[in-house]
Design a protein around this ligand. Structure first.
Ligand code: GTP
Ligand code: K
Ligand code: MG
Length: 493
């Protein structure tokens, strides 16, 4: 090992104390060059109590020795207090904890080190500078630590995605879903399916090769058929998840819609706890769609405030209404808002008939929460006057009366749309997963069609199905997919 470390740290002309000591340990044996060692700040930027800088690659050990001016590496995986110094000038830089993770028992599978230093910008940049001055070390690119973990078989592709999602998770439910994926449940499920498919394919191929010799057991083909049918059913059942995992990952679309002046912009401001949209007594104030991402009871919601739905001669407002209709068509949940004192008006009635009434032409399978706003303007103890209404909630954006109940109902709707990430089989969290599972199912369907006509063709379909599962877990890795996934990672991860 010392030979390899020395190769990375010491060029032939290098004669620092570190290199001399490494050469001594390498006992003069020839030194070979290996893969670059990367380093980066892995904790957040800016002033903080502790900053974590890590390295991965064969020169991690020499980097620790160089920065600690020490003859021996710390005990593996034991936090050890050391004075850090510049390996060139020997100037002290900081006192910090060093963690040494010899490969393969590390996050990336390579030799890794962590320097826990004081989180001041000058300390961090001095330590990064010192690492950069050691030959064989270079700054890491975004996601490069994780990429090495994947390439060294430490994480499957779905686990990598789970890790990325965990870092980006902003709500409790997202965190739970990401953690489950990081723990490998989705990958294991796919691997299990892949193994079933491999067994079925092996039997089919054996049948093709040996059936004429009569060496093959009875009923092999029937067994393959049953297995493939069962697998296809399992995959189809898994695809019937109403995209809950994807919604939870990216946030559910909650569209606030209603007639002009119902208080839609007041509501998005109230739910966001900041003035994201302009509120005014003038009907037709909002034209562009205004978005705000919020956490409601642990679920991520992307709120959209839209233009009031009404006929207007104003061309700009007409465009706003068109955009509002577009948004409504994409909504997972519609927060339908009416002015409680204006229910009998033509615009309120029209909105109730076209958007709110269940089963109406524009409401296939969409969830609607009807809220009557401006309850503070109703005479004390009076119910709103107007047409018979479906179930609804009363709210005042002005006094915030009724807000708790609106939030509770919204959370219930979000839970239905996003699902509970902790129960049931692991969900598909990306369009990519769905695409490969769907393609796998299609190949299994084609197997059933070609099986009676051409066994070789049927076997080819099973191979195609297995390739799709391989793409899902990254075993059959397409570089372009990997690039897209790792691009989402930050430097230091
Ligand atoms: N009394 C009372 N007034 C409210 C309430 N909510 C909103 N308003 C007022 O109603 C008016 C319209 O509010 P907005 O939030 O701009 O309504 P909007 O639905 O976004 O209006 P448009 O964008 O023009 O369609 C403003 O003057 C608000 O202050 C409420 O709960 N009670
Ligand atoms: K308004
Ligand atoms: Mg508005």
């Amino acid at each position: 090992m010392w030979r390899l470390l020395g190769a990375l740290v010491c060029g032939p002309a290098q004669n620092t104390r570190l290199c001399t000591s490494l050469r001594k340990r390498c006992s003069g044996r020839p030194i070979s060059r290996g893969r670059a060692t990367i380093f980066a700040l892995s904790s957040g930027q800016g002033k903080c109590g502790v900053a974590v800088i890590r390295t991965s690659g064969p020169a991690s050990g020499p980097a620790v020795l160089g920065l600690t001016a020490s003859q021996a590496l710390p005990q593996p995986r034991v936090a050890t207090l050391r004075l850090l110094q510049d390996p060139g000038s020997t100037e002290p830089l900081d006192r910090g904890l060093i963690l040494w993770f010899p490969g393969p028992h590390s996050f990336t599978g390579e030799d890794c080190a962590e320097f826990h230093v004081h989180g001041g910008p000058a300390v961090v940049s001095a330590v990064l500078g010192a690492l950069g001055s050691i030959p064989g070390l270079r700054p890491a690119e975004a996601g490069e630590f994780t990429k090495r973990a994947f390439q060294n078989g430490k994480l499957s592709l779905t686990e990598v995605e789970g890790l990325g999602d965990l870092i980006h998770a902003e709500t409790e439910a997202q965190r739970r879903q990401a953690l489950r994926q990081l723990q490998g449940e989705l990958g294991q499920l796919c691997q299990g399916w892949g193994e079933t498919l491999t067994t079925a394919l092996a039997h089919l191929e054996a049948y093709i090769d040996f059936s004429e010799d009569d060496n093959i057991e009875e009923g092999v083909l029937e067994w393959v058929d049953t297995t493939v049918r069962g697998l296809r059913e399992a995959l189809l059942a898994h695809l019937q998840d109403a995209r809950r995992g994807q919604r939870l990952r990216s946030g559910a679309q909650v569209v606030i819609a209603g007639p002009a002046n119902a208080g839609k912009s007041s509501l998005i401001n109230l739910l966001s706890r900041r003035p994201v949209a302009i509120v005014s007594p003038e009907p037709g104030t909002t034209r562009d769609v205004v978005e705000s991402a919020v956490d409601i009871g642990g679920f991520p919601a992307l709120l959209s405030d839209t233009a009031g739905l009404r006929d207007s001669p104003d061309l700009v407002e007409q465009e706003g209404v068109r955009r509002a209709q577009d948004r409504l068509a994409q909504a997972d949940i519609v927060l339908a808002l009416l002015d409680a004192t204006d229910l009998a008006s033509a615009s309120s009635r029209h909105f109730l008939e076209t958007v709110v009434t269940p089963g109406g032409p524009s409401t296939p399978g969409r969830r609607i929460l009807l809220v009557l706003n401006k309850a503070d303007l109703l005479p004390e103890g009076m119910q709103p006057r107007g047409p018979a209404l479906p179930p609804h909630l009363l709210l005042s954006c002005k006094t915030e009366a009724g807000l708790e109940a609106v939030l509770a109902s919204l959370k219930r709707e979000l839970a239905a749309v996003c699902g509970d990430p902790t129960v049931g089989p692991p969900v598909l969290t990306r369009a990519r997963h769905r695409h490969h599972l769907q393609s796998c199912c299609e190949a299994l369907g084609r197997y059933e069609q070609s099986r009676a006509r051409d066994l070789a063709l049927a076997a080819e379909e099973l191979r195609a199905a297995r390739r799709q599962l391989g793409h899902l877990t990254g075993q059959a890795g397409a570089e372009d997919i990997l690039e897209v996934i790792f691009r989402d990672f930050c430097i230091g991860k």
